[in-house]
Design a protein around this ligand. Structure first.
Ligand code: GLN
Length: 489
């Protein structure tokens, strides 16, 4: 077995018995990044020096056998919207191209305290706006399974890095599917956490009321290990949850079957427009879940049809307000040759933001303007409540819901980029979860005839991460989709 093939658990065993060192495994990953990433393009910044220093520190701690976290010495990557002290954090936007934060976001800070090793920052759609990474201000990441296809978005760089063996695990941000969708398209396991379960402190916001941070890795078990390290209340984020974190890996170690569990199959997610190969893979996966002891029943989430318009309307509004701070004065790109202050604002924003970002700022500003606020933003918030209630009602009947992650497998680069509406519709199965603030897990459950991964989404009530990971873990103990690797592996 080569070093990049080790799971977190396997690497941890070898590191703690000192059969390998963190410097060795980190070096092996950096070498692979140099060799392969010019094709996949998953990283925007490779923080080689930092990684090697962190690996040295990890090795010292391993030698002293002190505080052996399962993540000690393990190389990972993080989406470029997570603030990293002294390391560029660009959100894949020209407007932040030279921005180096003065502090770490809480999730990175927590990983630092476990002595995990940060390899670098991964590519994304600008500020998280997109479903393919084609909206990155720098370059498009490619799907490791077929380089002509998108990896999904907006955390496409993160998912591609894990799929291609360029990081053991990664952190993504999910505001409207950005962890689950790329995880599904790239054949890795990704968790959208309950809103507030992982602190948002230091995550550059897209939509403050939807944003979450979540891990992606090669198995549900590895995801659980990472969640254990990053979850929990944070006094720096007043929206973070107070409840104690779950015993994620303990639950998985004890898990034997799914007896007594009721899973709902929402009929709206299996309607017209669903690709037949995705449909077939999901049906087989549901049978597998039933064979583990769960009972599957059909349920209905009638407001699903409004999820896309409601999500995008709220997103445009909140994002336009969050992006107002980039004015060419305080930080980020600045076009100082303006004739007056307004000219500096306009020129900096014109040069710094990409087309999709500008489109969303304009739509959001319109939706929030006097006279339209009630008709659009307020109305959308009301329907958001109805969508949330859909889930509440469903969870009175069932413990979890199973759906496809996306209506299709990954699409070709360029296929949807000129048609924003078509691009938005690829999020049809993921955004309702963010409107409700609930958690959902994406697990690989098959391949299309073209050899592209298919993802299953498992949703649960607030703070049900333990249950979701248990379903994913037991499913993975019976199937081998998550162990398959793309050609560049
Ligand atoms: N596809 C979603 C969008 O474009 C992704 C948002 C996200 O999760 N960052 O808004």
């Amino acid at each position: 077995m080569e070093l990049h093939e080790l799971s977190i658990q396997q690497a941890h065993e070898l590191l703690s018995s000192r059969e390998i060192s963190s410097e060795e495994i980190t070096g092996a990953y950096l070498k692979r990044i140099h060799k392969i990433d010019s094709r996949v393009k998953s990283y925007v910044t490779v923080s080689e020096k930092v990684a090697l220093n962190q690996a040295k520190d990890a090795d010292q701690r391993l030698q002293a056998s002190e505080g052996l976290s399962p993540l000690i010495g393990i190389p990972y990557s993080a989406k470029d919207s997570l603030s990293t002290r002294g390391i560029p954090t660009t959100c894949s936007s020209k407007i932040l191209e030279n921005y180096k934060p003065f502090y770490d976001c809480t999730a990175i800070h927590k990983l630092k305290s476990t002595s995990a090793v940060l390899l670098g920052k991964t590519n994304m759609d600008e500020f998280g706006m997109g479903s393919s990474t084609e909206n990155s201000g720098f370059f498009t990441t490619r799907n490791p399974w077929n380089l002509d296809y998108v990896p999904g978005g907006s955390s496409g760089g993160s998912a591609a890095a894990v799929a291609a063996g360029l990081a053991v695990f990664t952190l993504g941000e999910d505001t409207g599917g950005s962890v689950r969708m790329p995880a599904g398209f790239c054949g890795v396991t990704g968790l959208k956490t309950t809103y507030g379960r992982v602190s948002r402190y230091g995550l550059i916001p897209l939509v403050s009321s939807f944003d979450t941070i979540g891990p992606m890795a090669r198995s549900a078990y590895d995801v659980a290990l990472v969640l254990e390290a990053i979850a929990g209340h944070d006094s720096k984020d007043s929206t973070s949850r107070l409840e104690p974190t779950g015993q994620y890996t303990e639950v998985l170690k004890r898990a034997k079957n799914l007896r007594g569990l009721r899973v709902g199959i929402p009929k709206e997610y299996f309607a017209e427009g669903l690709n037949i190969e995705v449909d077939a893979a999901l049906k087989t996966a549901i049978k597998q879940i039933e064979s583990l002891g769960a009972e599957a029943v059909e349920v209905s989430l009638p407001y699903t049809q409004y999820a896309i318009p409601v999500y995008y309307l709220i997103l445009f509004a909140e994002a336009s307000s969050n992006l107002a701070k980039y004015d060419g004065v305080r930080f980020g790109l600045s076009e100082r040759n303006g004739k007056d202050l307004m000219d500096v604002y306009l020129k900096s924003r014109e040069a710094g933001f990409g087309a999709e970002t500008k489109r969303r700022i304009m739509l959001g500003t319109f939706a929030l303007s006097a006279g339209y606020y009630d008709a659009y933003y307020l109305k959308a918030q009301k329907v958001r409540t109805l969508i949330r209630q859909d889930f509440q009602k469903a969870f009175e009947q069932v413990d979890a819901l199973i759906t496809p992650v996306a209506p299709t497998t990954a699409f070709r680069i360029g296929e949807k980029i000129t048609n924003p509406l078509d691009m938005y519709l690829s999020d049809a199965h993921v955004v309702a979860v963010n409107l409700a603030g609930i958690p959902a897990l994406s697990v690989p459950c098959g391949f299309s005839s073209a050899g592209l991964p298919i993802g299953m989404q498992i949703m649960g009530p607030h703070l049900s991460e333990e249950m979701l990971l248990k379903i994913g873990h037991l499913y993975q103990s019976q199937t081998d989709w998550h162990t398959k690797h793309p050609p560049c592996w």
